[in-house]
Design a protein around this ligand. Structure first.
Ligand code: TYC
Length: 102
């Protein structure tokens, strides 16, 4: 009881429990067979990159073996990985895309 005429019961204060969603890094892996142009198109279409950024990321993956396409909440990251893997498979390219907790 807080002694008020207008309120009764136990005063409770709820701490705002705002849980920020975990973020996941989506990575493209290099291989010897997927055409550079296909990777650039994937980066433009799936990851909404400009032609210039897509080309820069593709070349980074080509030279370093792995590169980041973006950072997203779990379900968004998962959907993008699935889109890349399905598009690559359909076109018979061995391109691999993975996600990792940031
Ligand atoms: N290494 C590929 C080639 O020489 C190009 C490539 C780039 C493939 C990035 C995959 O994630 C990749 N055709």
């Amino acid at each position: 009881d807080n002694g008020s005429k207008f309120e009764s019961g136990t005063a409770t204060k709820t701490r705002p429990r705002t849980k920020r969603p975990s973020l996941y890094r989506v990575l493209l892996l290099n291989d010897d067979y997927t055409p550079m142009e296909f990777v650039v198109l994937i980066l433009q279409e799936v990851f909404n990159k400009s032609r210039e950024d897509a080309t820069r990321i593709m070349l980074h993956v080509h030279q370093q073996g792995v590169g980041e396409c973006g950072v997203y909440p779990y379900e968004v990251a998962e959907t993008k990985v699935t889109r890349v893997m399905e598009t690559a498979r359909k076109n018979q390219h061995p391109l691999q895309c993975v996600m990792e907790k940031q």
